[in-house]
Design a protein around this ligand. Structure first.
Ligand code: C5P
Length: 319
């Protein structure tokens, strides 16, 4: 098992956040960045139902924020979700019970550490859900790091990785910072040197996609082309030329996702005609992204796409 070498340190919650909570304990806060899959090949379906992956994941500067206060009311998580994406694409509120990975992660952490501490959590959702951007997974990682700190558990990286992997395939990636190659079902994380933090544009069509449904649809449609290897993307990432990276972008799940959601195919067709960038699905979708030559080009593209009816189109950067 590869244990990620670096992880962010929780910071004291700002006074404004502390005033939301009336408990005596000080709060701790962390950003929970989203990710993009620059490359994603699915090697095969395993006996446990998961798929064996080779993927390159890069964090982006679009992030949720998680703030956690310790409580003394036993092993409970009180979760409050606010922000522009506090609801899913069909208007359903983001769950605040065990369906939310934050609650699940804190429960797994209690089990691992053998403690019965409580937490109150404020989750500010700025990353769309059902987008393939890892928002829920990143929130869970932030909650693990915050609770390890606030509950004074002092668990080593290896244990945090085990808790994270038990919560979801993408959760361990967020224990470290920076671009990484992820293998296995996604939980084997190996840092990757990537030169420069490239500007990019991300759009989220209104439609949302379930990760499980997209992986299931792969059995019917793997899309064209032979099995791809990582080496060209790894070389392009190290070289730092954004065009070279854009040329190596690949996502084996793209055809399956478009087969499930005709609206996604339409969105991809509209993007292809809007400004000459190379668009690619991230993860199981439905968000799509493109690297851009400059921050200005990324901002202009995002603005045009909003004018063309994409509700959520943002200019940001990798890393
Ligand atoms: O690990 P996570 O809970 O995020 O995965 C959600 C679903 O996505 C799994 O239940 C599985 O159906 C599918 N999946 C997969 N192979 C992976 C990751 C996820 O089949 N490597």
């Amino acid at each position: 098992m590869t244990v990620p070498p670096r992880r962010p340190t929780p910071l004291p919650a700002p006074a404004a956040a502390d005033s939301i909570d009336r408990s005596a304990e000080p709060g701790w806060t962390l950003p929970a960045p989203a990710k993009l899959n620059l490359f994603l090949e699915v090697r095969h379906r395993r006996e446990d139902g998961f798929h064996e992956l080779e993927t390159v994941m890069a964090p982006v500067r679009v992030a949720d924020r998680v703030t956690l206060w310790r409580t003394d009311r036993g092993p409970e998580t009180e979760l409050r979700v606010v922000g522009p994406f506090a609801k899913t694409p069909d208007g359903t509120p983001i769950p605040t019970d065990d369906h939310n990975l934050v609650c699940r992660a804190l429960e797994k952490l209690r089990q691992m550490a053998g403690v019965d501490q409580g937490a109150r959590v404020l989750l500010e959702k700025r990353v769309p859900s059902e987008a393939g951007m890892g928002g829920g997974s990143s929130d869970a990682t932030a909650a693990i790091l915050l609770a390890n700190h606030a509950w004074e558990l002092g668990l080593p990286d290896r244990d945090l990785h085990e808790v994270a992997a038990s919560v979801g395939s993408d959760v361990p990636f967020f224990l470290q910072t920076g671009t990484a190659v992820c293998r296995g079902r996604g939980e084997q994380v190996e840092p990757l040197t990537m030169r420069s933090s490239h500007p990019c544009v991300i759009v989220k069509p209104t439609i949302g996609l379930s990760t499980k449904a997209v992986f299931d649809a792969l059995a019917e449609d793997r899309g064209p082309g032979p099995m791809r290897t990582l080496s060209d993307m790894v070389a392009a990432a190290a070289g730092g030329d954004w065009r070279a990276i854009a040329r190596q972008q690949f996502n084996r799940l793209e055809n399956a996702a478009m087969r499930l959601a005709g609206g996604l195919r339409d969105a991809a067709a509209r993007l292809a005609t809007a400004g000459g960038l190379e668009w690619m699905l991230t993860g199981s979708g439905s968000a799509m992204f493109a690297l851009a030559p400059s921050d200005r080009a990324a901002r202009t593209a995002a603005q045009r796409l909003r004018q063309r009816g994409f509700d959520w189109a943002v200019a940001t950067r990798l890393g």
